[in-house]
Design a protein around this ligand. Structure first.
Ligand code: ZN
Length: 122
């Protein structure tokens, strides 16, 4: 991932925004950062919106793919950005883990087959 430059914004739940490489980055007031795949034109609309929180909820959340979550893949030693939460299909002793797109394709996590994958909660 590139290093996006965040610009502070005034909003009740968003504190900063950045755009880089076809990804719009949103930093929430709790400090969590997420990236969503979106065209620059949509990001510009978000940046210009009077209520950025409302625009985000209406036009981006659940509509644009999550591209960055600020989390690293838990499948050590993988260091890629996680974009999914996974749960092993047949081992309830393992709680949810964060996993990157590439490890998801491989379908194995710490040597355990898994099949249940959810998008990161948005
Ligand atoms: Zn991984």
């Amino acid at each position: 991932m590139a290093n996006p430059i965040y610009k502070p914004v005034e909003s009740s739940n968003i504190s900063a925004l950045a755009y880089d490489g076809a990804i719009g980055y949103v930093q929430f007031n709790n400090g969590r950062r997420f990236g969503y795949t979106m065209p620059k034109s949509l990001f510009d609309q978000l940046m210009a919106a009077k209520s950025k929180g409302s625009f985000f909820a209406k036009a981006i959340k659940g509509k644009c793919d999550v591209a960055f979550t600020g989390w690293k893949c838990d499948n050590s030693p993988c260091e890629r950005d996680a974009i999914y939460v996974g749960r092993p299909a047949n081992d309830p002793s393992i709680l949810a883990f964060k996993v990157c797109r590439e490890c998801t394709k491989e379908g194995r996590f710490h040597g355990i087959n898994f099949s249940v994958i959810e998008d990161i909660k948005r």
